[in-house]
Design a protein around this ligand. Structure first.
Ligand SMILES: Cc1cc2nc3c(=O)[nH]c(=O)nc-3n(C[C@H](O)[C@H](O)[C@H](O)COP(=O)(O)O)c2cc1C
Length: 299
């Protein structure tokens, strides 16, 4: 997830049981134009494996070149983003825009599959327009072009994140392709994971928004979110990793994670607001100590 699944977040998810992790999507053009940036942006630790690098672009040659960079960096697979609905991305004929140009999408996958030895996979939506669902034909084309695995978020680009994901489309894809299929869309808790697998037969579950502030979703035995004390401990650990990899700027990026971690805790609304103002790790520690002190007085 762009702006979310950096190495710090992935490590937290891994620690709680995620099987496979994906990088944030990287622009193929940017990767080739500013290669020095790749090391920081696509950084990962060995123990995160298996780890897949996700790239985004609209030109087969550039995408093949970027896939080679992903392979050289040691990733276990390279994934193509054909789902991003952002205006700027779509305007450049990338992301979900490829759903309305099956020829180009297939050429991209083919060029990438010919360029690398690691598996090439595709993350896609159900279509670009609400009135034109392209699945499962699009998935079949991607498989024929050389995709070793597919993942589907069954909303259209027009829907973006509105309405609900149509898992019947996921099931149709599973029934019509021979490669493994991952299911995404409305996976907010363990129950959704169970249902998505049962209702569609997918081989993997792609957890996205459900993991934001909630890495416990990966724990197979857990049925409820942990108590506040455990959330605090994990949030602090996450913040330390952010600072380790990104310096103080990591704490600015951490603000959104903090609001996700403390979402829904009764009595933590004020704390959540204050967390939007942290600049350094020590600010966070101080805020939490103050909150705990107040709690003790109130008890
Ligand atoms: C903030 C945000 C960033 C995302 N970035 C990416 C991305 O970079 N690559 C990708 O394949 N999907 C991305 N997605 C889509 C998710 O992977 C997922 O398919 C979508 O959120 C639906 O699943 P959910 O309803 O369980 O969240 C992003 C979603 C969100 C909310």
């Amino acid at each position: 997830m762009a702006g979310v699944t950096d190495t710090a977040f992935r490590q937290i998810c891994k620690r709680h049981g995620a099987d496979v992790v994906f990088t944030e999507m990287a622009s193929a053009n940017m990767m080739l134009a500013a290669p020095t940036r790749n090391e920081a942006f696509l950084r990962y630790e060995e123990w995160e494996r298996p780890i897949i690098g996700q790239i985004m672009g609209g030109d087969p040659k550039v995408m093949a070149e970027a896939a080679r960079v992903i392979e050289e960096m040691g990733f276990d697979g390279v994934d193509v983003n054909m789902g991003c609905p952002e205006k700027k991305i779509v305007g450049n004929a990338c992301g979900s825009s490829l759903l309305r140009d099956g020829d180009m999408a297939a050429r991209i996958v083919e060029a990438m599959a010919n360029a690398v030895n690691i598996p090439v996979s595709v993350k896609m939506r159900s279509g670009f327009y609400d009135s034109d669902i392209v699945q499962p034909q699009f998935a079949i084309r991607m498989e024929n072009a050389g995709a070793a695995a597919l993942a589907i978020h069954p909303r259209t680009k027009e829907q973006a994140y509105k309405g609900s994901a149509d898992w019947t489309i996921t099931r149709q894809i599973v029934e019509n392709v021979g490669v493994p299929v991952g299911g995404s869309g409305d996976v907010m808790d363990r129950e959704a994971i169970r249902r998505l697998r049962e209702e569609t037969g997918v081989q993997g579950i792609w957890v996205a928004r459900g993991a934001m502030g909630n890495p416990w979703i990966f724990e197979r035995e857990r049925t409820e979110r942990p108590p506040l004390a455990e959330v605090i401990e994990t949030a602090l650990e996450h913040a330390r990793l952010m600072v380790k990899y990104k310096g103080n700027h990591g704490m600015i990026e951490m603000r959104k994670h903090l609001t996700w971690y403390f979402n829904g805790f009764p009595g933590a609304a004020a704390l959540r607001e204050q967390m939007k103002t942290v600049n350094v790790y020590e600010d966070l520690v101080r805020l939490i100590e103050q909150h705990q002190l107040l709690e003790r007085f109130a008890a």
